[in-house]
Design a protein around this ligand. Sequence first.
Ligand code: AGP
Length: 613
Amino acid sequence: MCGIVGVTADPDQVPNVMPMLVQGLKRLEYRGYDSAGFAFIECGSYNLKVFKNRGKIDEVVNQYMVSNYCAVAGIAHTRWATHGEPNQVNAHPHLDCDSEIAVVHNGIIKNFAELREWLVEKGHQFRSDTDTEVVAHLLEHFNREENDFFTAFKKTLQMIEGAYALAIIYRGEPSRIYFARNVSPLLIGLGIGFNMLSSDIPSMLAYTRKFIVLNDGEYGYIEPYKVYIERDGELVEWRRRVTTITWSLEDAEKGGYPHYMLKEIMEQPRVLYETYTGLVSSNEVEKAAELLLGANKIFITGAGTSYHASLVFMYYSSLFAKEPVIPFIASEYTTYSRLADENTALIVVSQSGETIDSLQALRAFKNRGAKIIAISNVIGSSIPRESDRTIYTRAGPEIGVAATKTFLTQVLALTFLALRLGVDKGIITKSEYRELIERLKKAGEAASISIEKSSRIIERLVMKLKESRNMYILGRELGVPLAYEGALKVKEVSYIHAEAYPAGESKHGPIALVEPGFPVVFLGTPPLENLKEKLQGNVMEMKARGASTIIIGVKGYEDIRGADIVINTGEWSELLAPYAITPPLQLLAYRLAVILGRDPDKPRNLAKTVTVE
Ligand code: AGP
């Protein structure tokens, strides 16, 4: 997830837009901060200037003394790398061959590889490894052909596939900023004598409170006194869509949500789509699976939520690849690293890529010759840097201490890996593989429908559970790692002691704790033919002791006898169940935290990343 901002102004109204660009971009830093850049039309000369580099916004601004420049129009970008290392050449804006066109982009262009090949054959010289740069060269190509930039822009949009929010300036039309939106957010800010574009409201709120939220498939341009929007070649009437925002600036940085945790729970459909798009358009999964194929022992590790994602991988590797995988909690690595040798593969799951326990596990295995695969959300972080292969999630920066969107994007990346391993081993056929990968496209939809179906019941459930000091969250098979993850969420943000374990274990001790009113949440996961009857037994044994029984399940568990509350998240297969079952657990933890007066974004005693032992 990156942040983009653009401003164009009448010099008589706004003599210099540079302060708006710099301040606006700083308001977007939470969306990404591994590199930043500016492209602007300089006052007087009307030259196109570009300053960009690896580093935070302030570092780049100070390095080039950006604030000393005067601009009549400009675009700026703060990057959360998805394609290409965070460095100077990969920083946005990206330029065409003649440096007449500058592009900033948030999202992922799925078909950038073939477009790049096509453009190189036509003589275009690329400077970066990013997907974005193809847009600048496509614009250059079609502008030469059509000799009309807007037509060239429309032809460019017809060529690119994927998620994008684009802002473009062209030296030949200095007061205009072109834009396009598909999946990645983009809004227009309406001013007097100026207009703005941005990924998010915070970067514009200091200058205007009037906004147009662009819809997928819309594109056009802004000028100081004009907004022009089209969709499929038809003019879009936008005046009735202008909204006035009364948020405070702090509210705006959370997208209007009261906490980052809720914003990040709600972002899951989009970031799952962006992660899916990134995975299908890169060869990260294939390269990682090669290392697994060559190993005779496969281990997987992580801490906290990342360990729970590791357990999901163990389940899917067994299901789709008939491959035994040994999961362990990263801090316990010694017991396992002594089993490692040059025929071992270790998968290290870490959204930050900096967790010290996971880094030490990685080094212990590497010292014994093991091959290392990282699953991470931060390009260029320590764990990917020390790994042989990396599969990146594209969840964007996660500000809330509790992992939410990064968990499900890890599960998605690991499911891709398990399926790839299965087809490489011949356990599933190529057509089965293609069909399963295609079905995974619905991961975001499953999360979205689950959130919609569960939000109201969760609010009711919270009133029931808020006095509880303890609860069980139980699952079977695929439900077990999801139960562990749900219990961790409840513990770390609401401070209620939630414990998860396999539902079949109750009789072996834990049920001794159950007394009237003791809350027990059961996760109803597929396949129903194997699990429903067993779960029915678990519910009855808890009900017999007076427990308060709650089911969060896929369709088919509604008629479980003895359930006080049932949340039906929709009809989902074993492949998509995690994206349906997890969000209600995240919302339960969040709502409990809020009603108990906790700060869900900054829980006591915790840090977002544990970089010290
Ligand atoms: C999860 O909600 C916690 N914030 C914590 O357990 C976290 O998952 C763990 O510290 C691992 O972090 P990582 O994914 O960045 O390695």
